[in-house]
Design a protein around this ligand. Sequence first.
Ligand code: IP8
Length: 246
Amino acid sequence: MTVVLKLGGSVVTEKDRKETVDGESLDAAAAAIGDAVNDVDGLVVVHGGGSFGHPNAAAYGVSTTEGTHDTEGVLAIHGAMKTLNTFVLRRLREHDVPAVPVHPLSAASRDTGGELTLPVQQVRTLLGEGFVPVLHGDVIAHAGEGVTVVSGDELVVELAQGVDADRVGLCSAVPGVLDENDDVIPRIDAYEDVANVLGASDATDVTGGMAGKVRALLDLDVEASIFDLGSVGPFLAGEPVGTTID
Ligand code: IP8
């Protein structure tokens, strides 16, 4: 069983305090991963940008589509993400997870149409050798734009296909996709089933928000789940948690 797990930026950082790790949440996630890591054949971890990536990207006007050629900007955004990655790795190592970093800036790119390419042979080889590769949202080369942001969600989609994942999990600040009464929708098979509750978030969140996540996960061949921090352990143990998207 190969698993791709994303820890959202809102889980591992304090979103309202620039470049601040949420130590308690990160430790809880790392502990759950440490408890389960020997029971999965392969685990790839991806983390989002939270208060490290997003304020820096905003300061230089960089998004997934708007790029920059400003080297200072590239280094500021990438540097902040590397700092966060170092914190994540340290916590995972404290829980005996054989975590090693893989920085997307050194591997991924977009063509002029914005299409993302992420070579994954190093990730596959690291997995085969018993490591847990840890990737993160980053800036990457973008033909005609300089660099643009690559989100953790985009990386999850590429990795799921590239490493033939059996399960994909997104750990976010909410316990799943919520309906109009804020109850978790246990299963989504088609976007039309949830378009009425997710439609609004499409308009307000340029990086995709929950609507974008659901659309991308529906396109995957493998089952995906969206859940919150308390469900990381049960998810890695193979239990259905939060919202399952298939
Ligand atoms: O939090 C964004 O990753 P995300 C990364 O997964 C940067 O959207 C650099 C803003």
